[in-house]
Each structure stands twice: as structure tokens, then as C-alpha cells.
Design a binder for this molecule. Sequence first.
Ligand code: OAD
Length: 230
Amino acid sequence: MHAAHSLAVITGAGISSESGVPTFRGPGGLWKNHRAQDLATPEAFARNPQLVHDWYCWRREICAKARPNPAHEAVARLEKDYKEFLLITQNVDGLHRRAGNHKLIEIHGNIFKSYCTACQHHLDQNASPAIALPLDCSQCGGRMRPDIVWFGEGYNAAQVEMAFTFLKSADLVIVIGTSGMVPMPVYLAQHAAEAGARILDINPDFSAVTKIADLHLIGPAGLIMPKLLA
Ligand code: OAD
């Protein structure tokens, strides 16, 4: 770790599970009781905007009440320790920002932001406990939707480009708490590995990342990350 100059961290839902934010897969995962195609696609929103809106309000409330855990805090410290640093997160919960990370890309968006599907008016609630983001746009009466990349939608090309560019020269990539079932983290880590980076996977379970990792530290991130820094 100390030999690395350029560090990337890639995170998934597992890093926030010890903050009380449910993961998507595995025991207690959101996709156990909900179908992604009913809640996290543009078609679902067109069919039943109120249902999708209510589900995101419920999740937003969980995220607003959650606090960054020792793993988020460790990642924030890594940003201070490494001059060349980039955090790429799939999480929309805003906990990395609240822990103090600034050099980050939220590739799936942020649950505290929404925008109007008609006039593009943007709202940013910024993890405020006053979480009632509206369904109707205050400017034009159109539908406000969460600023989240849904299934069937493309990533922000500039963000993805930035991530791949950074990873090309990274020495070390720490991947924390992702199953890799949505494959972008695996592509990112693979790209870094091919360019010479070491890959460290932190996960209590095996994942699609484990296969390409140089080292798999098995356990909860909230326990492992502070030890790794110490
Ligand atoms: P998943 O829910 O698919 O996977 C969570 C991973 O975290 C699993 O591999 C767990 O073993 C691991 N995990 C659980 N607790 C952990 C802990 N305490 N410390 C470390 N790891 C732990 O979450 P993601 O891979 O992030 O997308 O899912 C990717 C995307 O799929 C999400 O962003 C979401 C979802 O559908 C959208 O909603 C668009």
C-alpha cells in the first residue's frame, strides 16, 4: 500500500451496509423484495411515476438518516494521504461526500438530486433530512425524477472516460463491497490491472471482482479498512 503513488478506490453497496443502507443483492438486499424493472427503469417511471417516486423517497429517508461508517472514513483519509487519488462509487447515498471525499465520481448518480424530465430543472437536496423531493416540477409542472442512472440508461460518458483515464496510471485499486453483477466495476478494475495496477478486493463474500484481484480480504469493510490504514 505504501509503495503506491496513485490510488483508485471503487465502491459498491457493501461499503454502506454497516451504515444501515441495504445492499441490492444477498440477504436483505433490495432486489429480494422488489423487481428492478418495476422501480429502476425509465419505463417503470413512465408507467407509474408515483410508485417510483415513493420508493425513492423511502430510500432517500434511509440514506439521510445513515451516517458514514469507519470504512467511509478510511476512504476519506486515503484521499488526504494520496496526491493522486480517485474514488469511483456506484452508491447514490452520498455517504462518501459526507465522510469528506471530494475527488469522486458517482457513476450511478445521487439520490438527493432530481431533475425535471420536461424542462431539465435541477434540484439538489444534499443529504438534508428535509427529504421531500417533489414529483411535480416547480418550474413547468413536468415530472421530476431522481438523478440516478437506471437500468437501460447509459452512463455519463465524460465521467466514465475520466475513470478509465485515471485507472490507466493507477498503481493500486481497492474495490470495496461490490458484487460485480452490474459489471462496470469489473471492467474498470480489469482495465487498471491490464495497465499494471494491483487489485485489492474487500468483501465478506466472493464476487466477480475476486477473480481478477491480486488479494481478497474477506470481511466487512468497516472492520478491514481501518486496520488496512493502521
Ligand atoms: P450488490 O448489492 O450487488 O452487492 C453488494 C456487495 O457487497 C456483495 O458482494 C456483498 O458481499 C458485499 N458486502 C456486504 N456487506 C459488506 C460489508 N460490510 N463490507 C464489504 N462488502 C460487503 O451491490 P453493488 O455491486 O453495488 O444499481 O450493485 C451494483 C448496482 O446494482 C447498484 O448500484 C444498483 C444495483 O442494481 C442501480 O440501481 C442502477
